[in-house]
Design a protein around this ligand. Structure first.
Ligand code: GDP
Ligand code: MN
Length: 387
């Protein structure tokens, strides 16, 4: 789960990493109020889950509350690489003497957290990594040993920070970043830029904070930071139901069990000349309630014209899935065809259950390809009737 800058900064603040005082606002009037409370020059910052906001006009300075309100009008509603700005973070503007970069990320290859630090911050770190790799200092932390203060000193010296005051502050921030990273089960904590003010004060001017989804159950406060308004409502419903759901552009709703089969089902629908409207993965267990939940999510997608239900029973039992389908059909009205292919564990039993109940609009096909063709053909039939 990615956090907004202001949320990441809130976590930084909790762990003692210095950040500027600020306010969240959603309208020009609120921005004016926030700027009045903060006083002096402020910076108005678009809150979107993507970087590089500065380059596209998402970050602007304002000398007084009236100017702040004007900047807010310019930034609110802005489309930053597909993210519409709905919230702004207003903070006391900082004077910047230097811009550094500091991050701690989970390095999957090394199975360890990795620090990266450079005095050439502010810009795209990928650029620095490509143009002057020697300027980017990298250091792994052994998760069993934990962080040691010498590691922070090594980062700072290797990057060439000469000022003792800066060294001391950065060493402290490096240590606190490890505490924040481990304490929040983060996958990434990035500060770009980490600034030095003309007075020699070091602080985090930006934050990029990603928390491991699988650890959210032990961080109720962070889980509550999820912005449900910004998410696709169907994806939110799917998450609530514990179903994996991805929206696509076509007409055939795809339901499978397991990521591999679900992806293949998307391919085979395309191969049969159709276009998937979405795909939904029941996962490995796939009990009757799981089927009901998945169908509930899929049928809320108005683009769906036919459903292709593709199950290969391993742990999942096809009879259980068949009962789930019947249960779902009893609970909701689905006015378009559902094509089912069942194979694997208890497939015969599953097909028998469906054949006996024989609900209207339900078609059982023996193979994946035949089922895909049938689903695609049924979309065509419906469109033809409509036309
Ligand atoms: P990003 O473009 O999405 O990475 O957003 P940042 O928060 O990193 O801001 C981009 C740039 O805006 C920074 O690198 C700074 O140069 C500038 N900036 C942000 N906040 C301030 C501030 O308080 N004062 C000044 N002078 N510049 C700022
Ligand atoms: Mn930044």
């Amino acid at each position: 789960m990615d956090l907004y800058e202001y949320q990441g900064k809130e976590l930084f603040r909790r762990y003692g990493i210095p950040v500027s005082d600020g306010r969240l606002a959603a309208s020009p009037a609120e921005v004016r109020q926030a700027a009045t409370e903060l006083g002096g020059t402020v910076v108005v910052k678009a809150q979107v889950l993507t970087g590089g906001r500065g380059k596209v006009g998402g970050i602007k300075l304002a000398n007084n509350p009236v100017e702040a309100e004007e900047r807010a009008r310019e930034i609110l509603g802005l489309d930053i690489r597909g993210h519409i700005v709905q919230k702004l973070w207003i903070e006391k503007a900082s004077h910047i003497a230097k811009e550094y970069y500091l991050s701690l990320a989970f390095d999957r290859g090394a199975k360890r957290p990795l620090y990266m630090f450079t005095t050439q911050g502010g810009v795209d770190i990928e650029e620095i990594a490509a143009s002057s790799p020697e300027a980017l200092v990298r250091l792994h932390v052994d998760p069993l040993e934990g962080f040691h203060p010498w590691q922070a000193r090594r980062l700072v010296y290797a990057a060439g920070v000469a000022e003792p005051g800066e060294q001391k502050q950065i060493v402290a921030i490096v240590g606190k970043l490890y505490e924040a990273f481990v304490g929040c089960d983060a996958m990434l904590c990035e500060i770009n830029p980490l600034i030095v003010t003309p007075e020699g004060e070091v602080k985090a001017l930006d934050s990029k904070f990603t928390v491991d989804d699988n650890a959210l159950f032990r961080h109720a406060d962070i889980a509550a930071m999820r912005d449900l308004a910004a998410a696709d409502p169907l994806e939110a419903l799917a998450r609530e139901k514990g179903v994996t759901y991805v929206k696509l552009d076509g007409e055939v709703g795809v339901l499978g069990n397991g990521a591999g089969l679900t992806m293949s089902t998307v391919d085979v629908v395309t191969f049969a000349g159709g276009r998937p409207a979405n795909f939904c993965d029941l996962g490995g267990g796939g009990d009757a309630q799981g089927v009901v939940d998945a169908l509930e999510v899929i049928t809320r997608d108005p683009q769906v014209d036919a459903i292709f239900f593709n199950i290969f029973g391993g742990i999942t039992r096809c009879d259980e899935v068949a009962r789930g389908i019947l249960q779902a059909l009893a609970q909701m009205t689905i006015d378009y065809p559902i094509v089912v292919r069942l194979d694997g564990t208890n497939a015969d039993e599953g097909r028998r259950i469906l054949a006996e109940a024989a609900p209207a609009g339900l078609h059982v096909e023996p193979t994946m390809l035949a089922a895909a063709r049938k689903a695609v053909a049924l979309v065509g039939a419906r469109s033809a009737r409509a036309g």
